[in-house]
Write a protein that binds this ligand. Structure first.
Ligand SMILES: [Fe+2]
Ligand SMILES: [Fe+2]
Length: 166
């Protein structure tokens, strides 16, 4: 089985986009449906951010120092999304600001994923060999098993604090 890091992250993005579309298609009053989808969105983003922050970004930063600026920008984009994800995790879909917060989250994450896919992944693929991408992918698959699934788990909270004080 291929464990190519970029294929893996693209698959994650695809699943996240699907959840976003389902959320957008849910009606205004569909509180239960939206609560359920929000839970899945929060989990998917928490896991995806974890494997990128813990593995993909630091690995690429070491192997391809020329991409440092892109990676620093990505950390900041993740950080903004983390704040919204954390707030949404404590809200119900019938709260006044829930839809607005989710809309801003979706817009921000779509922008970030587009940038990764259109600009960053091609640069990474050019710079790294097949074998390196497979190794990084295998490590991310492994990390996925122990990744936090909620932003309130200690390992996720610690990352959020590090992002503020680093
Ligand atoms: Fe990212
Ligand atoms: Fe990503």
């Amino acid at each position: 089985m291929s464990t190519d890091a970029i294929v893996l992250l693209r698959d994650d993005h695809k699943a996240i986009r699907k959840l976003f579309r389902r959320f957008e298609a849910a009606g205004d009053g569909a509180t239960e449906t939206k609560n359920g989808l929000a839970k899945q969105i929060i989990e998917a983003l928490t896991v995806h951010t974890y494997i990128e922050n813990e593995c993909m970004y630091p690995e690429v930063r070491t192997l391809l120092p020329a991409l440092e600026d892109d990676i620093l920008e990505s950390y900041e984009e993740h950080h903004v999304a983390d704040v919204l994800v954390f707030e949404l995790s404590g809200m119900s879909a019938d709260a006044e600001r829930f839809d607005a917060k989710m809309t801003v989250l979706i817009e921000n994450v779509e922008h970030h994923m587009d940038e990764e896919e259109q600009d960053w992944f091609p640069k990474v693929r050019d710079g790294l060999g097949r074998k390196q991408l497979q190794d990084v992918g295998a490590r991310m698959l492994d990390l996925k098993k122990k990744a936090p699934r909620s932003p309130k788990q200690p390992s996720a909270l610690k990352k959020a604090v590090d992002a503020v004080v680093a």
